[in-house]
Design a protein around this ligand. Structure first.
Ligand SMILES: Cc1cc2nc3c(=O)[nH]c(=O)nc-3n(C[C@H](O)[C@H](O)[C@H](O)COP(=O)(O)OP(=O)(O)OC[C@H]3O[C@@H](n4cnc5c(N)ncnc54)[C@H](O)[C@@H]3O)c2cc1C
Length: 326
């Protein structure tokens, strides 16, 4: 039997969206393997109700360990303990920096194979094959595990959270003795990045920025324009820039980000890769600013402006402000 243990990150009483996706994917894969997906949560006073709610995403059991929330080492201890005591063939993470850190620590602790940045997983001959983009995302490599435990760390938003309609998961509290290194760090503060609370999917106007913005501060041009448009506008981003840490993941549009259909999608410094296009092509009006007249985004734009966004965006902002105050 090949059971899968899925890490469920939680914050302020809610399970992280990527963890919900990982639980759903874990449940799908475990069913194909003839096993079960179990979730594991670490924290101080994790409510049983929160842990049990993962049943709706396909976890048959939710393990709860007491320990500091949001730090990697205590989770490595808890997951290593659960895996040693249980019957798990795979550990699954829904992406994010914490998942990378925990997965790497777990791999070292248990001498397990680990694949990061996974965008798909499939079952072949009763085993999991992890699919990972390589060579600047131009090809996909397929990896199978030789170790007893295989660790899968997905890209952010690689797995969709799906409610199965099943009831609550059985909650089991586990006693874990934290290793000395797990008690060395203390969480001082925890919060979301700038812009993470913006409702991208609900915005009527999106000013989206890509690598053409040149640097993280380039997003200020997009923010100023969105601000000029008013409350119904928000700033979005391509994967290239969120991966580079220029803007929060919550703003990513595309295949592994969000799908939007605003009244106006203004793309600044975005090439128009197919993975970005699938997330915004249903927008009512697409306006693109790109200095390269041959950029693919012009092929599906209603209006294309060939030029330097550093000159065009501030002028547009001024024009919108003037129009709105007239
Ligand atoms: C499995 C997989 C999933 C993916 N998922 C997503 C996803 O969800 N979302 C996503 O966006 N991408 C995704 N990607 C990545 C995607 O393939 C592209 O790499 C990415 O969209 C490119 O981002 P970009 O347009 O910001 O950067 P680039 O492709 O580098 O384009 C930058 C553009 O800016 C223009 N430019 C430069 N300077 C200026 C200037 N001063 N003024 C005007 N224009 C300028 C350039 O001409 C260029 O066209 C995925 C890839 C893979 C393999």
């Amino acid at each position: 039997m090949a059971n899968i243990l899925v890490f469920a990150l939680h914050y302020e009483g809610a399970i992280n969206k990527n963890s919900l996706g990982a639980v759903s994917e874990g449940a799908r894969l475990a069913a194909e393997l003839g096993g079960e997906a179990h979730a594991i949560l670490v924290g101080e006073n994790v409510p049983d109700e929160l842990a049990g709610s993962l049943g709706a995403y396909g976890a048959s059991k939710a393990l709860v360990a007491n320990g500091p929330e949001g730090l990697a080492q205590p989770v490595v201890d808890a997951m290593a303990h659960a895996i040693e005591q249980g019957d798990y063939s795979y550990a699954l993470f829904g992406g994010g920096l914490l998942g990378f850190e925990i997965g790497a620590g777990l791999a070292a602790r248990l001498t397990a194979g680990v694949v990061m940045e996974v965008t798909g997983v499939r079952v072949a001959d009763g085993k999991l094959i992890a699919e990972r983009p390589i060579l600047g995302d131009s090809a996909i490599s397929e990896i199978e595990y030789r170790s007893d435990l295989g660790i899968i760390i997905s890209r952010l938003n690689a797995f969709e959270a799906k409610q199965t309609g099943a009831g609550a998961a059985a909650v089991e509290h586990i006693d874990v003795t934290l290793s000395p290194q797990a008690t060395q760090a203390t969480m001082i503060t925890r919060g979301e990045q700038r812009g993470a609370d913006v409702d991208i999917e609900g915005a009527q106007i999106l000013v989206a920025g890509g690598r053409g913005l040149g640097k993280p501060e380039g997003f200020e041009l997009c923010e100023e324009l969105a601000h000029a448009f008013g409350d119904t506008a928000a700033v979005a981003a391509t994967r290239a820039v969120v991966d580079a840490g220029w803007y929060p993941y919550a703003a990513q549009i595309g295949q592994t980000g969000k799908t939007v259909a605003p009244k106006l999608y203004l793309a600044a410094g975005i090439s128009g890769a197919i993975q970005h296009k699938v997330g915004m092509q249903s927008s009512e009006n697409i306006v693109a600013i790109n200095k390269d007249a041959n950029a693919p985004i012009f092929e599906f734009s209603d209006l294309g402006i060939v030029g330097d966004l550093n000159k065009i965006l501030p002028k547009l902002t001024e024009a919108i402000k003037a129009k709105r105050s007239a």
